[in-house]
Design a protein around this ligand. Structure first.
Ligand code: NCD
Length: 337
């Protein structure tokens, strides 16, 4: 894949060597993300960060990633304050915003909206989530995290066992992550969800056609045994036509210290794209695991910055110039834990 000037709309665009490339550039971003060095390689460049759906970490981490490379960020955070509420088309919005930006990140509630936007855009567009469809940068940061976590335990992505838990029907992160796993070999996926919220059949069929083993179950405790990674998700209540229907499923599949200890392998890595729904009736990932060494959720969010910096550096073709435009950091940078 030629990253220079490319739109990143779907994980299906990636070959395995492309994923390796992103991960390799992400590794190089560590001193910058950890505030050891500052780079100004994107000095003067502008990111149009267009979020037409709620977001905290995706929006902020894309913005930080761009800032850490020296660029500026302009953003829309709400459909209500944008001209889309005045009836403006995606085409017009794309023509306008791409005149102000060097690259755009776009999140929108409608499936395929970001692809439609990208067609009209004069600059590269990254999909920050198009409804329940895809979330490619999240899948890349999830896989980057899985790779690092497993490597620290002398294991690897090929041959791994992963359980995905929760709303697998509406969760775009699990859709993209599963499809990215098509690039790897011999994976066992245990898909734990209510019958009504199963992973789309087309994705399951692709995984099986690729030689992966797929087990679909409603039995969480049995499904949790024998995994390298457990990836939990929130019930995506905003995707239900009748929001009250989400109440039926919320809280059905939960992981806490006791369930983990009883059912998971001692080495199992715990992941979640966040936000976790911490309301009492949901609580799919309990706070009593917060100090657990295998809880990788905040390493995941930290890795998001590295991976998003890598995407910008590759798309804007500065990956090999980052270090030349760098200096040491002059302010206090100790991090408390
Ligand atoms: C996810 C999303 O927006 O799809 N969040 C994220 O980007 N990290 C998951 C979710 O909202 O449940």
């Amino acid at each position: 894949m030629d990253f220079r000037g490319a739109h990143i709309i779907s994980v299906k665009q990636f070959e395995r060597t492309d994923v390796d490339k992103v991960f390799q550039v992400a590794d190089n971003m560590e001193p910058y993300a950890h505030r050891k060095r500052v780079s100004n390689v994107l000095g003067g460049a502008i990111l149009g960060n267009m979020f037409f759906e709620p977001s905290t970490r995706t929006r902020v981490s894309f913005g930080c990633a761009f800032n850490l490379l020296g660029g500026h960020v302009r953003e829309t955070t709400d459909v209500k304050t944008s001209s889309i509420t005045k009836g403006e088309s995606l085409y017009d919005t794309a023509r306008v915003i791409s005149g102000y930006s060097d690259v755009i990140v776009m999140r929108h509630p409608k499936v395929a909206s970001v692809a439609e936007f990208a067609k009209a855009s004069r600059v590269p567009v990254i999909n920050g989530g198009d409804g329940p469809n895809e979330h490619p940068s999240q899948a890349l940061l999830d896989l980057y995290t899985i790779k690092k976590e497993l490597e620290s335990k002398q294991r690897k992505i090929d041959g791994m066992h992963i359980a995905m838990v929760g709303d697998l029907k509406h969760g775009r992160t699990v859709h993209s992550l599963s499809q990215l796993l098509l690039l790897y070999e011999d994976i066992k996926l245990t898909l734990i969800s209510p019958q009504e919220l199963r992973m789309p059949a087309a994705i399951v069929a692709e995984l099986q056609a690729n030689g992966h083993e797929v087990v679909e179950t409603e039995d969480m405790e049995a499904g949790l045994s024998d995994n390298d990674t457990v990836y939990l998700t929130r019930i995506q209540e905003e995707r239900f036509t009748n929001r009250l229907e989400a109440d039926i499923y919320r809280g059905r599949f939960r992981l806490n210290q006791a369930i983990y200890t009883r059912n998971c392998q001692p080495n199992t890595v715990i992941m979640h794209p966040l936000p976790r729904d911490s309301r009492e009736d949901a609580n799919e990932l309990d706070n009593d695991l917060n100090q657990h060494p295998n809880l990788a959720i905040f390493r995941q969010t930290d890795n998001g910055v590295l991976v998003r910096m890598a995407l910008f550096a590759l798309i804007l073709d500065v990956a090999d110039k980052v270090d030349q435009a760098a200096a040491d950091v002059g302010w206090y940078t100790e991090r408390r834990f």
